[in-house]
Ligand binder design. Sequence first.
Ligand SMILES: [Zn+2]
Length: 418
Amino acid sequence: MDNVVARLMRYAKVWSESDYHANRGTTPSTDRQFDMARLLVEELHGMGVDNAFMDDTCYVYASVPATPGCEHLPAIGLIAHMDTTPDMTGKDVKPQILHYEGGDLVLNPEQNIVMKGSDFPELQKFVGQDLVCSDGTTLLGADDKAGIAIILQAVEELLAENAPHGAIKLGFTPDEEIGLGASHFDVKGFGADFAYTLDGGDITDYEYETFNAAKSVVTVHGFSIHPGTSKDRMKNALLIAMEYNALLPALETPAHTEGYEGFFHLQEMHGKVEEAAMEYIIRDHSMERFRQRTAAMDAAAEQINRRYGPGTVTVDTQDQYYNMYEVLKDHMEIVELAEAAMKGAGIAEPTHSPIRGGTDGCMLTYQGLLCPNLPSAGHNAHGRFEFAPVESLKTGVRTVKQLLSPALIEAVILKKEK
Ligand SMILES: [Zn+2]
């Protein structure tokens, strides 16, 4: 029998980084993600899941039919992503298990790469435990290979134990880290009644709230004229752009907000006297405040246009995604099942926190597949200090097995449907 740690270390070694700038108009953004997809299909076949396959956009799908007598249970989907972020190299990952005794943790004595306890206070939770780490020269890729390892380990154990279960649907996606993980997902073919992504962090924390998100392009149309002869005639688009930004609340930016606080984020600006453009992203968990924010973008433009003439500033706002809670709030038993499973796995007090971003699950939720996010046991994602505690990985396996347990589903889901 395999184990979840060996799985994570095996998957971590496969270079499956996606690429923001591939621009090749196809999915996946990098061919190397197929290496991961092929490995998973092979392993699923080895476990006896013969229907596992990968499609030509590098999505891996598989399903395990319900055991006799469990056909009435809902088909539950489990989803994780195969790519790692382009933000830190994921090539030649050398995973290792280190015992953490508190204080600093030396990842790489030759290169003197040290994870400082003072920089990462959450390490204190894991004193006395074994941690899966990289050698400090790459990320680990626990995001989201820990999610994959937990899912496959749980399914392999259920099959080996001949445990009763409803239908299980498995989906592994490419290109999540570049925001495209859900874009080619075959929700209909997947056939789950609802699903969970395993792409969270600390094993005690689950998530079902995301931001509502929009992007606004603000264009300032100026009037350029020789600076020596421009009195009362020049309209400097660059200065007007700064005036525009000053009309937005200065303390509602990513650098000043946390938890459920939304923001305006100026992420790019460029221009000349004649024309300037600014790109903002707008985020808020509350739909009402989100709409107030997009309206504030237009109101600021109106104010500038009163000063400088109609059409000086135009704002083009496009919604990007919405808070999955807007849909999930009418189906909270799916969230309750997650929490009950975590408790059943030995987590005394599961917590949930609002995601300050989106997830594949939030896109899928709006495509009709309700999909909260479960923890995958990884910490410090997207960097060289990424790690996954061994105990947390094992807890993750127990959580998934609980999630699929007929008794729990009967109690939490089916009782409510009656
Ligand atoms: Zn992830």
